[in-house]
Design a protein around this ligand. Structure first.
Ligand SMILES: NC(=O)c1ccc[n+]([C@@H]2O[C@H](COP(=O)([O-])OP(=O)(O)OC[C@H]3O[C@@H](n4cnc5c(N)ncnc54)[C@H](O)[C@@H]3O)[C@@H](O)[C@H]2O)c1
Ligand SMILES: NC(=O)c1ccc[n+]([C@@H]2O[C@H](COP(=O)([O-])OP(=O)(O)OC[C@H]3O[C@@H](n4cnc5c(N)ncnc54)[C@H](O)[C@@H]3O)[C@@H](O)[C@H]2O)c1
Lengths: 206, 206
């Protein structure tokens, strides 16, 4: 299988290639890509090798073909439906973020348990009552949930999502979720990102 | 030096230990910690070994001492000042996030170039004109910037921050920033987090 770090870098490659495509670039060399993305050329070739043989040495890569093939191999060529659970500060920002559509992830609804929020809408995306989440997930074949509820309700809500058939969770609450086998989880922990910077800052000062 | 993954896990340990401390727990075993955090005990002991000798086998760890020592070793025992640059959807959510104070990071101001936003305030944090950012960074000894501007202005704004004396950037714009040596950077790329989930989802279905 392909390492997670390679997957993440490949998404950066796709995003970069799409920007070049918009500028009308048809063929691109690995030197162009790696110098702009500040990645060693050997790393780029190694990452691509997980996906098969591309481009000819000396000729470069066809931008359209490379984008299409990488998207297909990563499963980003088909639209995936997602929901945001917890329509608070972070959830409200995420619902409006155009960056998810770039990888074919469409946020089609938000859920909350606060009666003041239920029935509102954020830029056209309705906020529903979490009581009706199971019906919504099944009816709309939702695969991914972005979990933006407070830490103390994250595990309970995660259990509701799994029971409703969600297969993948992007968790923003700074807690470790205990999930059954087969559920894909990715955690975004901003405090620990900052913590790792602070440690490096401390080390450089010493 | 200590690997980044160990740093991030250690912040999870500190956060968990602080919750236990609030419940009045004085002594804790590595088995308690690892079962709740879903981490193999050997991983926990290996991570701690980077920081020195703790606790006695069979007796467990003193919660207060462990928290204090780990925070000190990571440099999280002293308050660090931070700013948010780009007071848009994401920046507005981050300014209000209490999770940064947990690791002694205090957001003391937000910056923007939109005249409609400058002069406003978000829950008591003022939005300043980015033109005045250098004076503010120097006067308040700001060390960290959370970069929440659109992709096409991220590099320009990062250059301004470095020139103003910022040593560390938490970058939310989905671009690769080219920075001089000695600048600590951490990137939060939510689209690539979701992309890695989608790939795993695709693999499990096959
Ligand atoms: N605000 C940020 O910038 C930020 C940054 C990093 C992480 N986080 C994390 O993201 C999560 C959300 O943070 P926030 O700042 O948006 O908080 P918030 O309080 O603004 O929003 C939380 C929302 O979840 C809803 N909610 C609570 N319990 C629920 C339940 N059982 N079912 C459905 N909805 C429920 C609340 O009604 C509220 O609308 C937290 O875990 C926080 O630690 C936030
Ligand atoms: N909204 C989200 O949930 C989300 C999620 C992931 C990543 N991001 C990324 O975070 C960044 C911000 O996203 P957003 O949704 O908050 O966008 P936004 O458009 O709501 O906010 C951007 C803010 O930056 C300001 N700005 C633009 N150029 C500037 C400059 N040169 N100097 C100072 N301020 C400037 C704008 O005036 C605006 O207030 C983007 O790069 C986006 O890709 C956003």
């Amino acid at each position: 299988n392909i390492p997670v770090e390679t997957i993440k870098r490949t998404i950066t490659y796709i995003r970069y290639l799409e920007r070049e495509k918009q500028k009308g670039v048809k063929i691109i060399s690995s030197r162009d890509i790696t110098s702009l993305l500040n990645i060693p050329p050997a790393q780029f070739r190694k990452d691509l090798s997980f996906f098969g043989e591309f481009g000819k040495r000396g000729v470069g890569y066809n931008v359209d073909i490379l984008i299409e093939t990488l998207k297909q191999l990563l499963g980003l060529d088909r639209k995936v439906k997602a929901i945001v659970v917890g329509a608070g500060r972070l959830g409200t920002a995420l619902v409006q973020y155009p960056g998810f559509l770039e990888i074919n992830v469409e946020i089609i609804g938000a859920f909350d348990n606060d009666s003041k929020k239920i029935g509102q809408s954020i830029k056209g995306i309705d906020i529903y009552d979490i009581k009706n989440i199971k019906k919504f997930i099944i009816k709309n074949n939702v695969k991914i949930a972005l979990l933006c509820v407070p830490s103390d309700s994250a595990q309970i809500v995660a259990n509701i999502l799994i029971e409703a058939g969600i297969k993948s969770i992007l968790n923003f609450a700074p807690v470790v979720l205990i999930l059954p086998e087969g559920i894909n989880i990715a955690n975004v922990d901003m405090a620990s990102e900052i913590g790792s910077i602070i440690y490096r800052m401390k080390e450089t000062v010493q």
